[in-house]
Design a protein around this ligand. Structure first.
Ligand code: ATP
Ligand code: MG
Length: 552
């Protein structure tokens, strides 16, 4: 491999400068998901980036649920997010926090701002607030309630908190500048009246802080130094800075934005995924065609492969899409040396060796991974009746077809040469049996050098093989055909899932457990499905095929 000089990304440069100049004496990062859905590959990037930076600079990493918006949040999502972060190896130790744990402190902070004359209670309706706000080209107008006295504001805010006012009838606003060129600074709403039951605090509150007010306070309370978020928050940064400054935090956190990760040929939007789940098009948030973290895990991706992928993507300020093939490349690279190989027949046809003794079974040696001898070897049962792939036989082969056809000889992988003597068709003209003879001299590993064959095919012994279900996947949408239809619905690939129910796998797979993965020779990498696979009905998901056009 060529040696490359790894240059620091722009976030590392900021952190190193801050540490050198004594702006901070430590590094503390966090991942702040809103528990309103399952995490996806984009979140994995954010998790690994935040965790990685903390680790790199001897700092700490927090997991914090940003649960300030009770209507959309569910405990199911909290549990799945925790499991995903842990699975990725981003260790938050004992630092699992909830923004809602800080509601008291946020409320106190709001009162502090009122006392400083920096916040006021406003009676304008949501529509009026919008009207007064102005536009990108025109300044806004001051609210008629902007000059209420501190005493009056304190009293009204307390009454809002006590439930005296209807939802939406009054809000607390920061008093900043209605003529600011940045609309976020035009007296933004920081607290609203909303009667909502919260999954953590129940009915304790009927006033809730707005995200832009809550988030910097959460970061400051936890001693976060570098608050890393995505680009859409860039225009909110002046407000973030205003909040931490006005509240007088020491070593206030610094917001840094980076570009979201987008992947081609997949769906990441929660709204779309939710609809696919609700319409029963996918079998849950973890359907292997999705790129939620739980779906990737179910499909057979490893934390290492996702880390590698995120590293390859890098960190930048410019939005761009990454090719799904790069993710496939990463999982192939990760599994190639780690996982054992096995033989599996996805579309079986019988192969009968006419000159092999009936009822006899011999056990042949097979390496588990040719490139990694440490994985050892196993014994494969071999007998007179085998299954091979249907497309490894052709009655009338085209040129350069080196597999089985009448009169041709091939190697059965890890076994013997067999020569096709005849075949049997059913009444519909489909080939149902291929008859061969074998040459006992040609056993694999025996050093036979008499003649060569051009094709090697895989097989399983019919009697000993285990019946299994195999699921093959294609991308759920095709970027080139357009992800969306004209009416805004998803343009789904009708072939995204193929279920093969009559596959046969070698008997060594009998004890395979959920998430175990294998390289099925010539077919790709496969993983035992964690939801549907049982001892009596093994189900394998294809993670990725063996070949790719992707080049690093
Ligand atoms: P979505 O838009 O997919 O619903 P979100 O931004 O609403 O995602 P949050 O739970 O609010 O999801 O995000 C948690 C963190 O993950 C935030 O810091 C956010 O910036 C980051 N994040 C979300 N999507 C991506 C992405 N595609 N790439 C990188 N980081 C992301
Ligand atoms: Mg969000």
């Amino acid at each position: 491999m060529e040696e490359t000089v790894v240059s620091k990304n722009f976030i590392e440069q900021i952190i190193e400068k801050d540490l050198a100049e004594g702006v901070y004496d430590h590094v503390m990062t966090r991942f702040p998901p809103e528990p309103n859905g399952y995490l996806h590959i984009g979140h994995a990037k954010s998790i690994l980036l935040n965790y990685g930076l903390a680790k790199q600079y001897g700092g700490k990493f927090n997991l914090r649920f940003d649960d300030t918006n009770p209507t959309k949040e569910k405990t199911e999502f909290v549990e799945s997010i925790k499991a995903d972060v842990e699975w990725l190896g981003a260790d938050f130790e004992d630092r699992l926090f909830y923004a809602s744990d800080y509601f008291d402190k946020m409320h106190e902070a709001a009162i502090e701002l009122i006392k400083k004359g920096k916040a006021f209670v406003c009676d304008l309706s949501a529509d009026e607030i919008r009207e007064y706000r102005g536009t990108l080209t025109e300044p806004g107008k001051n609210s008629p309630y902007r000059d209420r006295s501190i005493e009056e504001n304190l009293k009204l805010f307390q009454e809002m908190t006590d439930g005296k006012y209807e939802d939406g009838s009054k809000v607390l606003r920061a008093k900043i500048d209605m003529s600011s060129p940045n609309i976020n600074m035009r007296d933004p709403v920081i607290y609203r009246v909303a009667r909502m039951t919260h999954h953590n605090t129940g009915d304790k509150w009927c006033v809730y802080p707005m995200y832009d007010f809550a988030h910097p306070i959460e970061d400051a309370i936890e001693g976060i130094t570098h608050s890393i978020c995505t680009l859409e928050f860039e225009d909110h940064r002046p407000l973030y800075d205003w909040v931490v400054k006005e509240l007088g935090y020491e070593q206030p956190p610094k917001q840094i934005e980076f570009a979201k990760l987008y992947l081609t040929n997949v769906i990441t939007g929660k709204r779309y995924i939710k609809k696919l789940v609700e319409d029963g098009i996918v079998d849950g948030w973890d359907d292997p065609r999705l790129v939620s973290i739980s779906a990737l895990r179910r499909r057979g991706f490893t934390p290492e492969s996702i880390k590698k992928f995120v590293e390859l993507c890098g960190v930048s300020k410019a939005n761009s899409s990454v090719d799904y093939a790069m993710l496939e490349y990463c999982i192939r690279e990760d599994l190639k040396l780690k996982r054992p190989r096995a033989m599996a027949i996805l579309d079986p046809i019988k192969l009968i060796i006419d000159n092999y003794p009936e009822g006899e079974v011999e056990y042949l040696d097979a390496d588990n991974n040719l490139e990694n001898p440490e994985l050892g070897s196993r014994k494969l049962p071999f007998s007179r009746e085998l299954y091979i792939e249907r497309d490894d036989f052709m009655e009338e082969p085209p040129k350069k077809y080196f597999r089985l056809f009448p009169g041709n000889e091939v190697r059965l992988m890890n076994a013997y040469f067999v020569k096709c003597e005849s075949f049997v068709k059913d009444e519909n003209g489909n080939v149902v049996e291929v008859h061969c003879t074998y040459d006992p001299e040609t056993k694999s590993g025996s050093g036979f050098e008499g003649r060569k064959v051009k094709g090697t095919i895989h097989w399983v012994s019919a009697k000993e093989a285990i019946k299994a279900e195999v699921r093959l996947y294609e991308n759920i949408v095709d970027e080139e055909k357009g992800k969306l239809n004209e009416d805004g619905t998803l343009n789904l690939n009708p072939n995204s899932l193929t279920v093969l129910k009559d596959c046969y796998v070698e008997p060594s797979l009998a004890s395979a457990k959920a998430y175990d993965s294998f390289q099925f020779v010539r077919q790709g990498f496969f993983c035992v499905d964690c939801k549907d696979s049982t001892e009596d009905n093994l189900v394998f998901n294809r993670i990725v095929s063996l070949k790719s056009s992707f080049k690093l």
